[in-house]
Design a protein around this ligand. Sequence first.
Ligand SMILES: [Zn+2]
Length: 382
Amino acid sequence: MEDSRSQLVAVDRRSINLLFDDECFEDDDPDKTDNGTQTKRISRQKGKAEVIPSLMFQRSLKQMTLSEKPAKRRVKFMNWTKFHKLNVIYSFMDDLEKDFPAICTVSVIGKSVEGRDIKMLKISNSDASNPAIWLDAAIHSREWITTAVVTYLADFIVRNFHKLSKSITDKDWFIVPVLNPDGYVYTHTKDRMWRKNRAKQDGERVGVDLNRNFSYGWGNNGDEGSSDLPNHVFYKGPAPFSEPESCAVRDTILSSQTMFKVYLSFHSYYELILFPWGHKAEPCPDYLRLLEGGTVMARAIYDNSGMIYKVGCTKDLTYFACGTSSDWSYGIAKIPYSYMIELRSKKHRFKVPNDQILETCHEIWHAVESLMEFVDKPQTKF
Ligand SMILES: [Zn+2]
């Protein structure tokens, strides 16, 4: 009697864990599932973890014996209460496409050094007159908050598409939540502080700083702008666009039929809104307009959360940064509103506490929404 009761309790607990423990929904073996090519196999039953379906609960109790191990299940729900691995991010993108096929398209814009997919989500109402907006995250792999923010923006736009203003819906959104998937996986499995991609040199995976590998101003300003040394954190790579990840950005933008109007590359952790130039000290030709657009974003952030993000050109607020994606997007791709946004947190650096993820997402949603209104207004000639 005593035995059978304890057996029932054991089964009961396991069933509850199976239904409710979020970890049960993620495969913890990153080597097995970190490549997005496997994400299509994920089952898509919705809502199971939100409500206990009593019949199913009873059935699972009945079917499960003590000798059975609960089946390993992968994520079904994206959330912004913690940081997620690559397979979860990629299945979230696939699920959005499946659930909202009229406006969502997932594509693979390139392969990483180690052969992982670089996935992009496009959100569009298919109006041919739309301008394009680019959002990318995790070009520096340890900056996890950036991926959380752009996935939140994607989710919010898609799920609220019918009630959002035209300044949001009359745009084609090109969203790359993990631009450096090899590095991102590496930060989840081996080294939380890894920044670069996983490029090899002389058989060693030294990595290239992808945000020093773009062609505009590549290699300028000596050691401050980037580094020739493969083991350096700012290693620029052997040549401009030597890396497949930076090439994927270049090729997607330059081959697009849609004209890009805004380029937002997300970083962390300095709480800054930066615009070109990074490779020289002179103001860029649209300095005042970019300052104004940046200030619109900073104001929206402050009004939402009270956080103060400084606004200015990269060189003024940080240092010479040469070969950055935002100098390239402005200088070569001619995207007029090109920004690099350094998210939270100056206090916690790359390890943003879980309870600040949603706050950061909210403040950046308000910033992006305000910027979209700003760029649609007839502009003052400076
Ligand atoms: Zn960064």
